[in-house]
Design a protein around this ligand. Structure first.
Ligand SMILES: C[S@@+](CC[C@H](N)C(=O)[O-])C[C@H]1O[C@@H](n2cnc3c(N)ncnc32)[C@H](O)[C@@H]1O
Length: 281
């Protein structure tokens, strides 16, 4: 059976890529013209949200990105030497990690078109090799070379633990659809004790005005990306229980507030809407 097509989401990676670049986290090789253009287009909206509600998309992007980086570093300190970044888009994380940890085995994966673009950009800057690879994947695929299981088998020949990251991916799918992916991932990671899955989730805020605005924004994003943008959980406890139910025995739900003053992340005026999930096997 053919997997559903989620390629409408891919262009959003150009915006996030431009944000990483603008905030000094990226590399020239990953800066795209369309990303620059989207960055300018979004600026009035971003400035307006920051003024009105004390936070904006760029706030939670930087919060989630830098907290995930921090949690990866913690896993590497515990001895993990393999990282798989699914839905890598124009994420510069692979470049940065390989520069800092030359022995790390880094695998980036995304839908075939995005994987081809990423490969070309990393190749021209001389970054790919045995320890840094890019592979096509479709997390919705149930058979063939692009399934999660096939990519794992190709990427990692040992049963050593892996850090798996999905950033900016899961909220584009309904909870039942993405939960199937989480269960398959948990089953794979259970064969590699010590593995960690890192991702982010967005909680629906309590304030009615903000709630209404976010529902509208989610609807708009669903239309332009031809996806099912969803807020999966009402609170941290619900999120943790859900991940445990998917097969991750140990789950921490990190609120960016925990990292204020410790990591160079922007602070939200109210409770941040993003959470970083650290699910360990
Ligand atoms: C918002 S972007 C995030 C990119 C990157 N992680 C970042 O934070 O900059 C979403 C990414 O998900 C990828 N994607 C969409 N559907 C996918 C699927 N079924 N399997 C794997 N990746 C997918 C897109 O191609 C895109 O690169």
């Amino acid at each position: 059976m053919k997997a559903a097509d989620s390629s409408g989401i891919s262009f959003t990676a150009l915006y996030t890529g431009a944000v990483w670049h603008r905030y000094g986290l990226s590399d020239e090789a990953l800066a795209t013209e369309q990303g620059r253009w989207l960055y300018h287009l979004m600026t009035p909206f971003e400035v307006g949200s920051k003024t009105l509600i004390g936070g904006n998309i760029r706030t939670f992007l930087l919060q989630r990105h830098l907290i995930i980086d921090h949690l990866i570093e913690r896993a590497l300190e515990r001895g993990v030497t393999q990282v798989l970044e699914i839905a890598c888009g124009m994420s510069p994380r692979g470049i940065r990690l390989r520069e800092k940890h030359p022995h790390l085995h880094m695998v980036e994966a995304d839908l075939p078109d995005m994987a081809t673009q990423k490969t070309a950009r990393l190749l021209t800057s001389g970054r790919l090799g045995d320890h840094h690879q890019v592979m096509p994947i479709d997390i919705l695929a149930e058979s063939g070379e692009q399934t999660l299981e096939a990519v794992f088998a190709r990427a990692f020949d040992s049963k050593e633990p892996v850090v798996v990251v999905t950033e900016g991916l899961t909220s584009y799918f309904s909870l039942p659809v993405i939960s199937e992916f989480w269960k398959r991932l948990a089953a794979l990671l259970q064969q590699r004790p010590g593995s960690v899955y890192l991702s982010e989730s967005y909680l629906m805020p309590n304030q009615p005005l903000l709630r209404g605005a976010l529902k509208c924004l989610g609807g708009l994003l669903s239309t332009v990306t031809r996806s099912d943008v969803s807020f999966h959980f009402l609170d941290d406890q619900q999120a943790a229980e859900h991940f445990r139910g998917c097969g991750f025995p140990s789950v921490a739900v990190h609120n960016p507030v925990e990292f204020y003053g410790r990591l160079p992340i922007p602070e939200s005026r109210h409770d941040p809407m993003v959470r970083v999930i650290e699910a360990r096997i």
